[in-house]
Design a protein around this ligand. Structure first.
Ligand code: SF4
Ligand code: SF4
Length: 398
């Protein structure tokens, strides 16, 4: 494992464990499986573990795993304040205490304001006294480093970055998002101020591995590098000295092994002009085929009309990255036949979802396009018939 330094010279593994996507067993996290993956990463040198208040069951799961294996003092915990839920100064203490309890610890090493998109959110927190609160927590040792995770545009990123003496920040960044969100401009601005940058969505929620079009795969294979698709995404990040930690949501031992191998091997400045040219072809092939740049983060949910926004976009993209029939089949299974209808046509145009979308997707317009393609008339009739049948059956069973 290679290490880069935080603002105070502490060594952080270049690979961080993203704890948002643990495998579920029923409704809860499969703790034994998660423990196997976390401990494998730990033994390979990973010392940075990222979770959040709103990642269902995650804080409690890693708290239990670290305690059970007695490694709390050997690793760094990063977790996040759900700033969008905070409406009073007392709420700051309430959420933070709950997080410490879930994590079975007396301190958080890296604490972030979660999902900032606009300077107005930071102004609101300041009005609630967050600066004094942070100072108290740092003085008492309950928070070591303070930062923010970010999904808005570059302008607002720079405003937030420059408005406070942050210890670190976290941005969505990958070879498809070089100029969206904080982007390379934000990355460089933070680094210029000596602020370490943690990277999230390095593989766009797995898309840069699982949903690559054939032309993109061919370009990588023909490069002669012999790298996996994950290699390309992660090495592009490690190539940049401004990147401190790259988070990866690992939920299999194979994934842990591959990510650790790449983190061992990858070097800063190792990309050649040919490597950059390969990725240009890859980007072009991906963008040619995707219909909506949705990462499946679900920040737009819940929709007041129960429209399954990420589900619809995933199927819409599948129509173009795999096949039309596969996209429609998945749509029927995952959106069309749920007990509570979740169709795009239920949208009342309230616009709430668009305020929360880190990708700035014109959701209402894209939903209309997606619905037209996913449910042409014969499919609509077919899905409605099956739904009627299923409901009748359900009533009888009840
Ligand atoms: S605009 Fe439509 S899809 Fe978005 S939250 Fe409102 S009802 Fe739901
Ligand atoms: S539409 Fe936007 S907010 Fe919703 S899941 Fe997709 S990327 Fe996330």
């Amino acid at each position: 494992m290679q290490y880069r330094e935080d603002r105070y010279g502490n060594k952080l593994s270049v690979l961080g464990f993203g704890c948002m996507r643990f495998t579920k067993k029923g409704n809860s996290i499969d703790i034994d499986k998660a423990e196997g993956e976390i401990m494998e990463a730990y033994h390979s040198g990973v010392n940075y573990y990222d979770t959040a208040y709103v990642y269902s069951g995650s804080e409690a799961a890693i708290g239990e795993i670290f305690e059970r294996n007695q490694i709390r003092d050997k690793i760094n915990i990063a977790t996040k304040l759900p700033q969008y839920l905070i409406s009073s100064r007392s709420a700051l203490d309430r959420y933070f205490s709950e997080e410490l309890k879930r994590l079975r610890t007396d301190r958080v090493d890296y604490y972030l304001m979660h999902h900032m998109t606009d300077i107005a959110q930071w102004e609101r927190l300041k009005n609630l006294g967050i600066e004094e609160w942070i100072a108290e927590k740092k003085k008492s040792g309950q928070i070591r480093c303070i930062g923010f995770s970010y999904h808005g545009n570059t302008d607002n990123f720079l405003k937030i970055l420059n408005d406070y003496d942050w210890d670190f920040c976290q941005i969505q960044y990958n070879y498809l998002d070089e100029v969206t969100q904080a982007g390379v401009a934000g990355l460089k601005a933070a680094a210029a101020k000596g602020i370490p940058v943690v990277i999230m969505e390095p593989l766009r929620g797995g898309k840069l591995v699982n949903m690559l079009p054939d032309g993109a795969k061919e370009a990588m294979k023909n490069s002669g590098r012999g790298w996996s698709y994950a290699d390309w995404g992660l090495r592009w990040l490690y190539n940049q000295k401004e990147v401190t930690v790259v988070l990866s949501g690992m939920n299999s031992l194979d994934m842990v092994a591959e990510n650790c191998r790449i983190a061992d091997e990858a070097e800063t400045g190792a990309f050649t002009p040919e490597d950059f040219a390969t990725l240009e072809v890859v980007k072009q092939k991906i963008q040619e085929r995707e219909k909506v740049g949705c990462t499946g983060c679900r920040y737009c949910m819940p929709c007041p009309r129960n429209v399954d926004i990420p589900g619809i976009f995933r199927c819409y993209n599948t129509m173009y990255t795999e096949s039309k029939s596969q996209g429609r089949f998945q749509f029927a299974q995952t959106v069309g036949l749920t007990k509570e209808p979740a169709f795009a046509t239920q949208c009342i145009q309230c616009g709430k979802c668009e305020q929360h979308c880190p990708q700035n997707i014109p959701i209402r317009q894209k939903l209309k396009e997606a619905d037209r393609e996913l449910r042409p008339l014969p499919y609509k009739i077919g899905i409605n018939l099956v739904r009627k049948y299923m409901f009748r059956k359900t009533r009888k069973q009840a």
